[in-house]
Design a protein around this ligand. Structure first.
Ligand code: FES
Ligand SMILES: [Fe+2]
Length: 425
């Protein structure tokens, strides 16, 4: 039985309106070389230098002077994100104006003053150059014009985005398109307890994203971990409950199995589930008022299904977040080479109220990590044989709608980038 196809809007990555590739949307067939070819990767590297990229959360730098550093290796860039005295969040290239040293070597801190490890030039949270030791030796330096190089930076619902194109003019809201007006005031702050995991994966970054964008693989690949928590009598193949295409982005509602039974053989699981209900992520019950939880928000679980497990938003090019009853989690997939990426995930829980809750949250994290390891190990096997050239295409089915739409948007974006490069020659 075919699934209903949602409306397909155009999108704009800053170069004018584009449509997702119609052949991919129609057939689900994608050229396999998009996962292996260096040429394709080179165009994607260009695109990462031009579009808005999610990189952090405002909650990571709550106070004036707080800062974090994040690498964007595909652009050979390190980015310093800092909250100024005026509480504005700003981003700068993490490179010193004197002789190009990496300015900040730690990954987070506070105080909003940055002294270069090489010769101690000093910068502040607004990126201004404050002090040059032995300043008399630099008669040709205009201090006012020698601050840090700014990076365009904006945020939406607590999520910080940067854009590495210094000449670009597209506002973040236009890039987010139909997403901008969704999820207004989603109570992300109700889930302040976080844990961060990450790993290098020897696979193309798009393969890694796709593994998080469909639940078709859950019954096979995750038969030992979460399969029975998601696959139910009513929805054995774990079809999405709802799909929406949102410009360059997309969402779906992921089901769970409401009749999941705890096994008497899995005592640790039984103990932790009794102490915090968890379908994918532990719900400690710390938030009892509905407007403090995602479940109380009108944009979440749009079909009001009792099979609802979580809503998943997949932003072009590399950012995913899931909102569920007990909390939320995000993934960023950073390309490194055609066959290598860095995956980072951050889990956000309610603050555990007791040791039992704490145990349940840790169990939930371990279960998620095990499941993601199953994905990541599979991706390496996939990449390895894809390189053989034996197959020319991959084939997405209708329940893999998010993968298909992402591939169709990527294809259109790559074609557009190539066309503008040819036009510029
Ligand atoms: S390179 Fe930074 S102070 Fe010299
Ligand atoms: Fe998976």
């Amino acid at each position: 039985m075919g699934m209903e196809q949602p409306a397909l809007p155009s999108f704009d990555l800053g170069s004018g309106p584009l449509m997702p590739d119609p052949f991919i949307m129609e057939t689900g067939k994608v050229d396999l070389a998009v996962y292996t070819s260096q040429q394709r990767f080179d165009v994607e590297r260009e695109i990462f230098g031009r579009v808005w990229l999610n990189i952090a959360e405002t909650a990571e730098i709550p106070n004036a002077g707080d800062w974090i550093v994040r690498d964007v290796k595909v652009r050979s860039s390190s980015i310093l994100i800092v909250r100024g005295k005026d509480m504005q969040v700003r981003a700068f290239h993490n490179i010193c104006s004197h002789r190009g040293m990496k300015l900040v070597w730690d990954d987070k801190g506070r105080g909003g003053r940055f002294s270069c490890p090489y010769h101690a030039w000093m910068f502040d949270s607004a990126g201004d150059l404050l002090h040059i030791p032995d300043e008399g030796c630099f008669p040709h330096v205009d201090k006012k014009a020698s601050g840090l190089t700014p990076v365009r930076c904006d945020h939406w619902e607590g999520m910080i985005f940067i854009n590495l194109d210094a000449e670009g003019t597209q506002p973040l809201a236009d890039y987010l398109g139909p997403l901008t007006d969704k999820l207004k005031n989603v109570p992300f702050a109700s889930y302040p307890y976080t844990a961060r995991v990450g790993s290098l994966i020897d696979a193309n970054w798009k393969l890694a994203i796709e593994a998080q964008c469909e639940a078709y693989h859950v019954r096979a690949l995750h038969s030992r971990t979460v399969s029975k928590m998601l696959s139910s009598k009513e929805n054995p193949f774990v079809h999405p409950l709802h799909v929406e295409f949102l410009g360059a982005h997309r969402m779906n509602s992921v089901p769970r199995n409401p009749d999941y039974e705890l096994s008497p053989e899995k005592l640790v699981q039984a103990f932790s589930f009794m102490n915090a209900q968890q379908m994918v992520i532990a719900d400690t019950g710390a938030q009892d008022s509905p407007d403090e939880t995602f479940a109380g928000h009108p944009d979440i679980n749009p079909t009001n299904s009792n099979l609802w497990g979580n809503d998943q938003f997949v932003l072009y090019p590399h950012f995913i977040f899931h909102l569920s009853l007990g909390g939320w989690w995000l993934h960023r997939f950073w390309p490194i080479a055609a066959d290598k990426c860095y995956w980072e995930a951050v889990y956000h829980f309610e603050r555990p109220q007791s040791l039992r809750n704490q145990f349940a949250v840790q169990y939930s994290l371990a279960l998620n990590r095990d499941t993601l390891m199953e994905d990541n190990l599979a991706l390496v096997q996939q990449q390895e044989v894809m390189e053989s050239g034996a197959k020319k295409i991959v084939q997405f089915g209708e329940q893999e709608a998010l993968c298909k739409h992402l591939a169709a948007v990527s294809e259109a974006a790559v074609n557009d980038a190539e066309a503008s490069r040819i036009a510029a020659q």
